[in-house]
Every structure is written in structure tokens, then in C-alpha cells.
Design a protein around this ligand. Sequence first.
Ligand SMILES: NC(=O)c1ccc[n+]([C@@H]2O[C@H](COP(=O)([O-])OP(=O)(O)OC[C@H]3O[C@@H](n4cnc5c(N)ncnc54)[C@H](OP(=O)(O)O)[C@@H]3O)[C@@H](O)[C@H]2O)c1
Length: 337
Amino acid sequence: MRRWVLKPGRSGTDALALEQAPIPEPGPGQVRIAMKAASLNYRDLIIANGGYGQSVAADTVAVSDGAGVIDALGEGVATWTVGDRVAGLYFGGWVDGPPKPGMGFGLGSPGEDGVLAEYVVLDADRVARIPRSLDFVQASTLPCAALTAWSALTAEHPVRAGHRVLVLGTGGVSTFALVLARSLGAEVIATTSRESKVSRLRDLGAAEVINYRSTQNWGEVTFSRTGGVNKVINAAGGDAMTQSIMAVGHGGEIAVMGLFSAGDAAPPLPVLMAKGASIRGTSVGSASAFASLVDFIDAKGLVPPVHRRFAFDDARQAYEAQAAPDLFGKIVIEVAP
Ligand SMILES: NC(=O)c1ccc[n+]([C@@H]2O[C@H](COP(=O)([O-])OP(=O)(O)OC[C@H]3O[C@@H](n4cnc5c(N)ncnc54)[C@H](OP(=O)(O)O)[C@@H]3O)[C@@H](O)[C@H]2O)c1
């Protein structure tokens, strides 16, 4: 079979190598998945560049997110059947509740093979059913970006009909947050740095779009237009925290997951205090959150925001597209179209 591996000591797309390898056999308690599609996240660029404080020490199959069909069962597996349509779960050992210690950086990171291969073996509890309503290209986008958006919207301070939600930028997490929040009945304000994306955000259901480059006080502007949002999806990072605090309403929540900037400036905590608002760290999500996301997508007939598709051989070009300024939603690599 063919697989894309990250090579130690290299960075960016130079780290990616297309190799032949034996088809893996599932051991006890494991399943083998014939992969159909994989999708990229910003974190795949971080990992290819040796981010998260460590580079791969050995050849590592790239990419966390993918979907396919179970084609072989290891001894003792009773929870799955050959032919089941599944995705790999980003983290292992996280059934529900808050994140668990020591979960690492997910599939396709130092010490853990990913899914950009024709066949992948995973523990039986590391896979989950995908929505019946989605094809494999669409379903491959769910494990990281969609689940992160879903956890941010629904845990702790769940978004309800009539709420207002602010989403930052037009990457995978934010476009999923827009689509999901609209389906939860919320009004969504979106930001982008590019005027060319405004109409696409409106097509996805954004009520208002603010350019965060030309309107640097976008949080204050959001507050003055809305009276404060119930939820901010901060998929940007620390540098966006001050304006996120300005945008959030009284009793609202800023769900933060963005890693584009660490942010050195002290955020205006007195404003946060005066609003009784909170900041919650979000780290992808649990297996039970993924199951509720899958049910929600099926119930609502949601369509993931797929931006571009690439052939398996063109994985390097797919990584370049993930880093390109025209990105709007998800980049998918078709493993077996
Ligand atoms: N903690 C977690 O569990 C978790 C999970 C998933 C993702 N993340 C992090 O969340 C972020 C988003 O991930 P992703 O995969 O959705 O990324 P992505 O698809 O690569 O998003 C790229 C888009 O983000 C927007 N952007 C970039 N810098 C921005 C800024 N300073 N302010 C506002 N928007 C900005 C841009 O939109 P415009 O072109 O419209 O400006 C850009 O097109 C990344 O930092 C990622 O590492 C964390």
C-alpha cells in the first residue's frame, strides 16, 4: 500500500515522503480501515514544521483526520463489522467529560501514526461512526475542525436559538462553527481579513461580516452593534483575546482554541470581570461529543465547508493550499475516490 510519512529532520512539505509499505494487520482489539479520504488542519502544518515543541523522531504517517471503511477486524472486536463507515478519533482514551492528562497531540503527530495511507490500523475504541448523510470526502473533515467547533459551541455554555456568536477568520474551525451555530438557531457575526470572502461568509449564513485587518477594534464594533455576543469562537489566539473580551456579552463565553499567536499583551480582565464573562480553553473533543456531532449533522442535513480536493499523489500541493491566503473551509485529499 502507499502512505505519506513525515521524515525526521525535515520541515514543511519537504518533510513529506510518499512510500510503499506492507498492508498492516489489525492486532487484538484493533480494526483496519481502508481509507477513502483525509483532510488537513492548520495543525498538520505545525507538525510538519516541528511545532508543538518536538519534531517527529521516526517516520510517522501524516495527518489526523480521515474517513473510510472497516475492512478487517482484530481478535475480540465485537463493536464493529466489516463494511462499517468510520473516522478515526483525534485523541485516544477520551470518552467524555473534560480533556484527560497525557493525550498527546493526536493522530499524525510525534509518536503516533496518522491516517494519510491507503490502510490504517487503529484501536477499536479510536474509531467512530460517520454521518449517514455525508460522503467520505465530507466526513473526513470532522475529527478535528468540526469537533473543535462543536465542543466550543455546545460544552459548558451551550449556544441556543436566539444567541449571537462571533467567529474569527475563515479556516476549518471557524467555517464549521458558522455552519453549526446557524443550525443551532444562532445569529452569527464573522470576521475575515479578505474582502473576497465576505460574500461566501454571507452565503453560509453570516448576518454581518467585519474585516479584522481594516477594523482593528472589531470586538468593540461587534459589541456596539449587538450588545455583546453570547459566544466568541476564538480560533485566532492570544492576539485576538483583547477584542474577544470587548465583543463578548454579559455572562457570555470566549471559547479559545486558536494557535496563530500566543499574544503577549495583557487582556483587559476588568472588562471580563464586569461582564461576568468567562474564557474556556477548547481542545478538539471527546468520543461522546463526536457522536453527538454526528447525530446533529444527520438530523440537520448539514454539509461541511469543503474548499478544495486533491488526489493522493498531490498531498504536498494540498499542504500548500492549506497555507494559502484564499483558504475557505477544508482541504481534502482523496485517498481512494
Ligand atoms: N486547541 C485545539 O484543540 C485546536 C483545534 C483545532 C484548531 N486549533 C487551532 O485553531 C486555529 C484554526 O485552525 P484551523 O485548522 O481552522 O486553521 P485554518 O483552516 O488554517 O485557518 C486559516 C484561516 O484562519 C484565519 N486567520 C489566520 N490568522 C488569523 C487571525 N490572526 N485572526 C483571525 N483569523 C485568522 C484566516 O482567515 P481569513 O483569511 O478569513 O482572515 C485563515 O484563512 C489554528 O491556530 C489551529 O492550530 C486548535
